[in-house]
Design a protein around this ligand. Structure first.
Ligand code: NAD
Ligand code: WQD
Length: 332
């Protein structure tokens, strides 16, 4: 089975491409390198001993997509290619709607032209936009609170309508919670552009001595220790969820991919220090605008229908994050 992985040199796409290759799938990557490096393709080959076909280009380029679908008999598409920064989406909405929504429309038109009707889509818990101290199920209200989340919900709607117009399509929407960690080889991982927006890449830069301390953004939330609670999931568990989706999801499927357990910022810092032996100095800072207190997944539908469950521990998430960062920042 040959799978086209858009955004395949990115953080989650590269880990998924590696898992696909190790599971016997053939992989074709297309990526415009707007937020990743071409060398990732070589590192995927070093990890797996197999070479994915690799096209540097944009999913908005329909001629390129025609070339890819002409040169390869694609059986399914996993669509990771998107811009993902919440703050950047608020200051540049047109770029985000064009890249994320128009990019998905371009991809779906190409799939339609070549009668490829199997797609797994990278959605996000950000489509829920709610804070809750109870696990969030797929039937929770959808109310994104930022442009990025709007693009994800719009793309879910496009794909759902596509399925309703032609039930021969298999459309799987995977709503990720908070992916962290890296492949155990230390060869691929999360490479944030500029100042990291997300918690773990910021922590690893503090650990690597690139930043003096972690700003804990919000210590007065209604949570056990006052800091934000999220459902952190190892990126390799997340990648394996995509393979289970390819194999077990038919028709229209919507699944939360999380562990079902929330951890606070302070718990993450403590876990990182215990896993790595590296102290993380912290400074209390104001809340980020739009940040939510607490959300974590009810993953039971993915557990039962997909036969998938997150298996890696928080210790592994922290240790694997640090192994990659040490190597990437030259601290190994
Ligand atoms: P990433 O930025 O590392 O990977 C995205 C990849 O897509 C990058 O390599 C980028 O160069 C590429 N890309 C972007 N626009 C493109 C375009 N128009 N044409 C071709 N390539 C393009 O991000 P990631 O963390 O791996 O996220 C992958 C997907 O998962 C995204 O759709 C993101 O919205 C979604 N997601 C991420 C998270 C998270 O916390 N990382 C959580 C939920 C959902
Ligand atoms: C986690 C917690 C912060 C940084 C974002 C996107 C979401 C998805 C995942 C794409 C929060 C706190 C953070 C820091 C901190 N991405 N924090 N200091 O905000 O849950 O979700 O990434 O789909 O769409 O919104 O993740 O890692 O930014 O924050 O204290 O320097 O860590 O306040 O409580 P978030 P995050």
């Amino acid at each position: 089975m040959k799978v086209l992985v858009t955004g395949g040199t990115g953080y989650i796409g590269s880990h998924t491409a590696a898992e696909l290759l190790m599971s016997g799938y053939e992989v074709v990557i297309v990526d415009n390198l707007s937020n990743s490096e071409a060398s990732v393709a070589e590192r995927i080959a070093r990890i797996t001993g197999k070479n994915p076909a690799f096209y540097i280009g944009d999913v908005l380029d329909e001629a390129l997509l025609d070339r890819i679908f002409s040169e390869h008999k694609i059986d399914a598409v996993i669509h990771f290619a998107a811009l993902k920064s919440v703050p950047a989406s608020m200051s540049n909405p047109l770029l985000y709607y064009h890249n994320n929504v128009s990019g998905t429309l371009s991809l779906c038109r190409a799939m339609h032209r070549y009668e490829v009707k199997n797609i797994v889509f990278s959605s996000s818990a950000t489509v829920y936009g709610i804070s809750d101290d109870k696990p969030i199920g797929e039937d929770a209200p959808l109310s994104p609170k930022n442009v990025y989340g709007n693009t994800k919900l719009m793309m879910e709607t496009v794909l759902t309508d596509l399925y309703r117009s032609d039930p021969e399509w298999n459309v799987t929407l995977l709503r990720y919670f908070n992916p962290i960690g890296a492949h155990e080889s230390g060869l691929i991982g999360e490479v944030p552009a500029g100042v990291p927006g997300n918690l773990m890449p910021y922590i690893t830069q503090v650990a690597a001595g690139l930043r003096p301390h972690l700003n804990i953004t919000g210590t007065d939330y209604d949570t056990p220790d006052g800091t934000g609670v999220r459902d952190y999931i190892h990126v390799v568990d997340l990648a394996r969820g995509h393979i289970k989706a390819l194999e077990n999801s038919r028709g229209l499927g919507i699944y939360n991919l999380g562990t079902g357990r929330g951890y606070s910022v302070r718990e993450i810092v403590r876990a990182f220090e215990e896993a790595t032996g590296v102290k993380i100095p912290c400074v209390e800072a104001p809340r980020r605008p739009g940040d939510l207190a607490c959300y974590f997944a009810d993953p039971s539908k993915a557990n039962t229908v997909l036969g998938w469950r997150a298996e890696k521990t928080l210790h592994e998430m922290c240790a694997d994050s640090w192994r990659f960062a040490k190597s990437y920042y030259g601290k190994a």
